[in-house]
Ligand binder design. Structure first.
Ligand code: ATP
Ligand code: MG
Length: 248
């Protein structure tokens, strides 16, 4: 726990340096290719991309608009399929899962914060955050406390009952984050989670992410233009010619 002090103020000592050598990767992408066809022109976005990601790692993906950051996150989120290549999760071939198993994997293992957040505009903040639990088959009673706690943690204590359509862009972004985190996902995939937030709210969100990383070993893969968030990740990576490379 944080004891009133943000993780920002602590040294980043909670990711053991030798972790990678001790265990199998949580996620292993290999030979991922992805192209789009745009007005007859072929755009190669990801090209023979491979990466091993270990449990508890925090990875920032940075880089200019259009280089394929969201494309990669969508593949990691199993929302889009590559043209070729494999995605292993704990050594299981995710794209060979049948539909129901894939949906379960997505719901139970992944938390996703999209670049455009896709909330249910006519429902309240709380109802949106309850949704992943209801989809999983839990009752609202079972998940309400956790949903409320996480909404408080993202600074929305006074906004829980408000309709999403009445919330500001930054508030909506925090609802989306709370929805992604409510089931304690093993992996958080986030596309600019603090893009619409001011400094104070960004800090609050960053602290929350680090606490969940620390407490539950939640693996974080985030696209961000926020250099502060990027610097607090273990690895900063970018895409060069469709491949992920680490920024030293
Ligand atoms: N559905 C699509 N159909 C055709 N082209 C696409 C599609 N989605 C993305 N692209 C193209 O693929 C490239 C990579 O897009 P992507 O959304 O992954 O970029 P990004 O790095 O996330 O950019 P940004 O920082 O602007 O969000 C871009 O050139 C984009 O125009
Ligand atoms: Mg994008």
């Amino acid at each position: 726990m944080v004891n009133g002090m943000g993780k920002y103020d602590n040294e980043m000592t909670y990711f053991p340096e030798n972790k990678e050598k001790d265990s199998d990767p949580l996620i292993s992408l290999s030979g991922i290719n992805k192209h789009y066809q745009n007005n007859g022109a072929k755009i190669e976005v990801l090209s023979d991309l491979s990466i091993d990601i270990y449990s508890g790692e925090r990875i920032a993906i940075v880089g200019e608009s259009g280089i394929g950051k969201s494309t990669l996150l969508h593949i990691l989120g199993t929302l889009d399929q590559p043209d070729s290549g494999t995605f292993l999760y704990k050594n299981a071939d995710v794209f060979k899962f049948e539909k129901k198993k894939l949906a379960d994997f997505r719901n139970k293992t992944l938390g996703f914060v999209f670049q455009f957040h896709y909330l249910l505009a006519e429902f309240s903040a709380l109802e949106n955050v309850l949704m992943p639990g209801l989809i999983k088959g839990l009752t609202s009673k079972e998940i309400r406390e956790r949903a409320e706690t996480i909404l408080v943690r993202v600074g929305l204590k006074e906004r829980m009952k408000h309709r999403v359509s009445d919330l500001s862009g930054g508030e909506q972004q925090r609802v989306a984050l709370a929805r992604a985190l409510v089931l304690n996902p093993a992996i958080l995939l986030a596309d600019e989670p603090t893009g619409n937030l001011d400094k104070k709210n960004s800090h609050q969100v960053h602290d929350l992410l680090f606490e969940l990383n620390d407490e539950y070993n939640m693996t974080i893969i985030t696209v961000t233009h926020n250099m502060q968030l990027a610097e607090y990740m273990n690895k900063q990576m970018t895409l060069v010619e469709g491949k992920l490379v680490e920024i030293e």
